[in-house]
Design a protein around this ligand. Structure first.
Ligand SMILES: C[S@@+](CC[C@H](N)C(=O)[O-])C[C@H]1O[C@@H](n2cnc3c(N)ncnc32)[C@H](O)[C@@H]1O
Length: 266
């Protein structure tokens, strides 16, 4: 599955647009941010927005721009790209509405146009697993970081409750239990070709970095705490959300989440 399919998917609606953005103006972006950070408190933990003051930050895959706004408010020297014009337009409109600035452009994680060593921090939440050549995107992230610079990246974790639910729905219920998680994520999670990684595979992806710290966390999707996603709705999911044993899952499977948070130094 190619990059144009990925672009078409995210150009139809940016991430969270259909579910959480009531209007493309200041009030709408505020509301989207309120829901985002309530559902995903681990974003702020990984991004460490306030610590970015005065530092050269590149965000890859800005989407609706909520995290970009936080970096801008914190006083980062900020650059942002996204594969889609739609996301760049949302983020530019959002920053204008709040009187903030950033260098924004349509761009591709696999072919960054920045010189070697341009940034202190490269941040990317839920993006490079959508790109067909994730290995190349991570090599590009390393290239544009200065020596000692830090990558803060979220990619999807393969052995997650979301994976289990998708496998139940698209393998077990289809009487095709041999369908692999890789095959299922690529077809049914988000944009075509989406990948998810084991911790070991993620360590291989970041093998050229030093001080690689990885942890997996339960997301709102694992806990069925939200509208689940752009592609998955319906009565069965609503019923499951009512019955989902969240406390038990948090206690017994804290690491079986979809989110893999990675901090790595060049
Ligand atoms: C799941 S959304 C995440 C957006 C945002 N980071 C967030 O957390 O809401 C994935 C985003 O990655 C972008 N994307 C996918 N492949 C990309 C690539 N190769 N280069 C840059 N952006 C890409 C998509 O256009 C989309 O906006």
């Amino acid at each position: 599955m190619g990059k144009s399919e990925v672009r078409d998917f995210w150009d139809a609606a940016s991430c969270g647009e259909a579910l959480y953005l009531p209007s493309a103006d200041r009030a709408g972006y505020e509301e989207q941010a309120r829901v985002r950070y309530r559902l995903e408190p681990c974003i702020a933990e990984l991004a460490a927005f306030e610590a970015a003051r005065g530092r050269r930050v590149l965000e890859i895959g800005v989407g609706l721009g909520a995290d970009h706004q936080r970096f801008a408010s914190a006083g980062a020297d900020l650059t942002g790209i996204d594969l889609t014009a739609r996301a760049v337009e949302h983020t530019a409109r959002r920053l204008r509405a709040f009187g903030l600035t950033s260098r924004l452009a349509v761009g591709d994680a696999e072919n960054l146009t920045f010189a070697d060593g341009s940034f202190d921090i490269v941040y990317s939440w839920g993006v490079v697993h959508h790109s067909p050549d994730t290995v190349r995107a991570i090599a590009e992230i390393r290239r544009v970081l200065r020596d000692g610079g830090e990558a803060r990246i979220m990619i999807y974790h393969k052995w997650s409750l979301v994976g289990f639910m998708l496998w139940t729905r698209y393998a077990l219920c289809c009487l095709r239990p041999w369908r692999s998680l890789t095959w299922i994520y690529a077809r049914f999670l988000e944009s075509p070709g989406t990948k998810a990684y084991s911790v070991r595979a993620a360590r291989r992806l970041f093998a050229d970095f030093s001080e690689v710290r990885i942890r997996t966390v339960l997301s709102h999707a694992d806990l069925l705490e939200s509208g689940a996603g752009q592609r998955h709705r319906g009565w069965l999911l609503s019923l499951a959300a009512r019955l989902w044993p969240r406390r038990l899952l948090r206690r017994c499977f804290p690491g079986r989440g979809l989110y893999m948070l990675i901090q790595a130094r060049k």
